[in-house]
Each structure stands twice: as C-alpha cells, then as structure tokens.
Design a protein around this ligand. Sequence first.
Ligand SMILES: Cc1cc2nc3c(=O)[nH]c(=O)nc-3n(C[C@H](O)[C@H](O)[C@H](O)COP(=O)(O)O)c2cc1C
Ligand code: SF4
Length: 425
Amino acid sequence: MKDTANYKDYALLSYHHILGVHNLEIFERAGGYQTMKDCFKKDPEAIKEEVKASGLRGRGGAGFPTGVKWGFFSKDRKALKYLLCNADESEPGTFKDRYLVEKNPHILIEGIIISAWALGIQKGYIYIRGEFYQQAVILEHAIKEAYAKGYLGKNILGSGFDFDLYVHRGAGAYICGEETGMISSLEGKKGQPKLKPPFPAIKGYRGLPTMVNNVESLAAVPWIMRHGAAAYKQWGSEKSPGTKLFSISGDVNKPGVIEVPLGTPLKDIIEIHCGGMRSGNKLKAVIPGGSSCPIFTADVANIVTMDYEDVAAKGSMLGSGAIIVMDETRNMGDVLKWTLEFYHHESCGQCTPCREGTGWLESVFKRRDKGQAHKSDIDLLDKTANSMRGQTICALADAAAMPTQGMIKAFREELETYVTTTAKK
Ligand SMILES: Cc1cc2nc3c(=O)[nH]c(=O)nc-3n(C[C@H](O)[C@H](O)[C@H](O)COP(=O)(O)O)c2cc1C
Ligand code: SF4
C-alpha cells in the first residue's frame, strides 16, 4: 500500500515540500500573498460569502461553520474590532497548529490579513501557548517580514486598510485555549472562562467585538479564496467539506501531521499514511479527536470515516483531529488515569461540578494506588461524570466526563480489574 496524500494539491500543506518556505521571499515565489493582493480588490462581503459557501468548519474543536460565525460579526468597518487567532493548542494529542506555524507561518498570516480585511478588523493577536517558544519566535520574525513588505500596518498596499498583528504568549494553561478564558488572559487577568452569551463576536477583548478563530481555520482561507468554494468542496462530504489536518500519535510506525480529505477512513490513516501499527502489534483502541473525546474500540476504529458526522454517529467527536492510536500493550486504566490527572490539574476552579468533579474522578485512581479502590468505583466514576455534564461555564467539565464515560462503555471489565489491582511501586 502506498501513501496517497498529495499535499501539493491540498489547502494547508501545499507549500510544505518547498525548502525554506517559512521565509517570505520563498513563500512569495511559490505564489504566497498573491491571493491577499487579489482580495484587496474584492468586496469584503464577497469574501465572507465565499468562505461561507465553502462550508469550512472551525478547526478548534467544535466544528462550527466559520462563514456562519463571521456572519454574526459587526459590519461597522469603522468601529474598533479584534481578530484573535487561537494558537493555544493545549488539547493532549494535538500538534497540527504548531506544525503549520513552524513550517509555514506566512500561510497563517496571509489568512489572517484576508480575514481581517473581510471582517473590517484593525487589530489582531495570535495567542500562542507559552511552551511554543520557538514557534512564537518564528511567527514574530514572519510578522516583521510582512510589515517590511507593507502587508501589515497602515494603508496596506494602498488599499486604505490598516491592520496590525501581534503575538501574545500564554503561560501554559489548557483553559486559555477556551476563547473567553483566552480573552481574559489577553486582558492581563486570570485565564478564566466567562458564561456565554455574550459571545466574543459581540463582546470580546476589552469589551469589543472579537472574532476568535483557530490557526487551521484561518490558514485555509487563502486556498479557498484562490481556488473558490466549489473547489474546496471537491473534498469531504456535504456537511464536512474540505481537507483537515490530523495529528497522529501513539503506536503507529509513522506518527506526525497529515492533511487528508474529511471522510478518509481511519483505517487508511493508520495503515497507509502512518505505515501501520508499530512492531506489528494489534490495534486495541483509538481516541479520534483529542483527549476530551470518547475512545473507540478497534472494531469501531476499523469502520469509522473521519468526518464530523460519522465520528459523532459512532459515539465520539472529531474535535481537533488528534488521533491517538493504542495497541494491545496499552492498559486502558493507565490511559484514563493520566487523562483525569490532566483535567483535574487544568480545571480553573470556578464551577463546583468541574473543580470537585474532576478531583473526585481522579481520586478513584489515587485510592487504587493505595490498594483502596473497589469494583463499584467504576459506577461511581460513571455517576460523577454524569453529574458534571452540561452544568458548567465552559466545556472543560464535559471534556473530563465524556472520555470517562466512553472508556467505561468500551472497557468496563479492564477498568474494574485495574482499579482493584494496586499500582506497582
Ligand atoms: C476547554 C477548552 C479548550 C479549548 N482549547 C482550544 C485550543 O487549544 N485551540 C483552539 O483553537 N480552540 C480551543 N477551544 C475552542 C475555542 O474556545 C474556540 O471555539 C475556537 O478557538 C474557535 O475557533 P474555530 O471557530 O476556528 O474553531 C477550546 C475550548 C474549550 C472549551
Ligand atoms: S468548567 Fe471548569 S475550567 Fe471551565 S470555567 Fe468551570 S471550573 Fe473553570
């Protein structure tokens, strides 16, 4: 079998074969920034319409259509508004945005400028997680290059449009990836989420309209504007059009980031794009969209196709597209324990069901380490997780509850054995 991905034709990794494409000059020689120049000659409303027609769905996790979200945004081109590019990428298993920024920062900057022009936005921030120091440096250098060329700043290329772009580094909190937590952090406050509505598009950074979009969503905009919505829809399905980046980690021969049309069978991703299972081991389970998504057993993983609808129909979520592959040597008790430690640690503590619930979930595994857990604790996990869902300011509580319940559904017996076996010292 052979890797059939033809990145050169795809929307996001199409420049990745070009050596040094992170430099503006090389990016431009390959056709970069031409779409931005063409877009300045277009009516901003037509750009919004094209993105809406493409059916592009937000790649930050929820999959809400980008063009529809843009449609809720203020049309007053004179009022101060912000664009906030979400490069926090804290969901365990996800590393696609980092890859994109590292390899080709200019595709993101071009996407940001086109989006800002379409939405009449004057100021933009790329909020990048603190651990991505190298990537922040790459972005800052690329932004400097773009200013020097007159692609950022005042009266960009004589268009009369002013747009400034800054990089803001976070301090490593998962919750700052949630858009309202991110806005609080950007304002210099604790990165704690706020109840919605009002949504950031109406009342965001400094109380002003703020469009929050994920790196991958914004980076897809230049391709859509260059080739058109119809061309983008050649890939994927009606409800999940286009291509998507997947970050693949775990027990495969070739982990990494790939771009494939939505709807690609997960089996092909593992067998063809990732070179199959490591050491010829048997597939046991797959988390399809990041640690907050319910796990698939091998039986389901072998038949699911990777688009928003089919993954949901089979009981999980496409999320950020972080595929974590596990072979027969993995213990599902360990997987759930590590997942719950993470969510308890990252809870911002504002909501009782989340602050206490994530602690309760983790405590079963702490008791297990002391030899004090019982088989019935699996029911307690299920009950606790159930009482956390849909009760909180943001979705972090659900992000801990859903994989817990998914794991119980798929691997109850293994969990029962795990909790009643004391951890090795
Ligand atoms: C707990 C939590 C963590 C999140 N982390 C991220 C993240 O790291 N990156 C991201 O783009 N979106 C993240 N989101 C989603 C954002 O709140 C927001 O919906 C997204 O950035 C919007 O961009 P999109 O429409 O392009 O998907 C997170 C949401 C929650 C509830
Ligand atoms: S759900 Fe958890 S992380 Fe989200 S606001 Fe409430 S306490 Fe904070």
